[in-house]
Write a protein that binds this ligand. Structure first.
Ligand SMILES: NC(=O)c1ccc[n+]([C@@H]2O[C@H](COP(=O)([O-])OP(=O)(O)OC[C@H]3O[C@@H](n4cnc5c(N)ncnc54)[C@H](OP(=O)(O)O)[C@@H]3O)[C@@H](O)[C@H]2O)c1
Length: 258
């Protein structure tokens, strides 16, 4: 079986890391995101490692682009690893600010990811094997006052992945939800999160650490993986602490440091 890995959001950050990680396993990689120039840069890096790489630019806010991406990716190819990594967020009170970025978060983090799972699951099931790695977040374990939509999309990703993993049990196809905490990348600046207490005082993980943990977990077919001991503890605390207490703590962590 050909061993193609499809990575969304592969132009930078964690996605770029996943593309390199797949290449280190000798896998052929399909890279997708909007920024074509950055994707070609990554493809050139992978080719220098002796790995076949292909670029398919797509804007995942548009469902027809998601379908086109899958069509082009699977044209004569078997995808056996799908890394649903593309994602974005917006820091700011829900009742204030515009709708566009929140809408894009729903389209990319939730709709595009779901659609790609829907397309990949039967494709992999028929081939009797495959790995789907959905990049969720520690944010999915708690409400996000100040980042409400982003947290809600990630809670959805965890729930969806867990359910699909159960449905696909015994088929050779696994689904993993990766839940990193704060990680070095452009995401924090893009989402206007640099000055939050969480970012200033929390432990920021290295991209490489998160990528390795996620890749290993997906290859082992694990379901929900939180990276790093501090994040694991936080995830556990959200499960045993009453909701009335989790909300205010999350609000404090997501507040701006003056
Ligand atoms: N960094 C963190 O602290 C953190 C923590 C937990 C979870 N995560 C999750 O990790 C994933 C990767 O984030 P990152 O930290 O690597 O952020 P990043 O550096 O901002 O990368 C985001 C990636 O998503 C792509 N993307 C954004 N909008 C897109 C669109 N409309 N269509 C297609 N691709 C799009 C971007 O490419 P283009 O702009 O070229 O399209 C880029 O490659 C996200 O799902 C994020 O929620 C991040």
């Amino acid at each position: 079986m050909a061993n193609w890995t499809l990575v969304t959001g592969a132009s930078r950050g964690l996605g770029r890391g996943f593309a390199h990680r797949a290449a280190e396993d000798g896998r052929k990689v399909i890279l997708s995101a909007r920024n074509e120039a950055e994707l070609h840069e990554v493809a050139a890096e992978l080719r220098r490692k002796g790995v076949e790489a292909m670029v398919i630019p797509a804007d995942l806010t548009r469902i027809e682009e998601v379908d086109r991406l899958w069509r082009e990716a699977t044209n004569g190819r078997q995808i056996d690893v799908l890394v649903n990594n593309a994602g974005l967020g917006r820091n700011g009170k829900f009742a204030e600010g515009g709708w566009d970025r929140e809408h894009a978060s729903i389209q990319v983090n939730l709709e595009a990811l779901t659609r790609l799972c829907k397309l990949a699951a039967p494709h992999m099931k028929e081939a009797r094997g495959g790995r789907i790695l959905n990049v969720a977040s520690l944010a999915g374990f708690m409400p996000g006052p100040g980042m409400a939509v982003y947290h809600a999309t990630k809670a959805y990703v965890i729930s969806l992945s867990d359910a699909l993993a159960q449905e696909l049990k015994g088929t050779g196809v696994s689904v993993t939800a990766l839940c990193p905490g704060v990680t070095e990348s452009n995401f924090l600046t893009d989402a206007d999160m640099d000055s939050l207490y969480l970012v200033r005082f929390g432990i920021t993980q290295k991209t490489r650490t998160v990528v390795n943990a996620g890749w290993r977990a997906a290859m082992r077919g694990r379901r929900v993986v939180v990276t790093g001991p501090q994040n694991k503890l936080l995830a556990l605390m959200t499960r045993v602490t009453p909701r009335q207490i989790v909300g205010p703590i999350a609000q404090f962590l997501l507040a701006r440091r003056k």
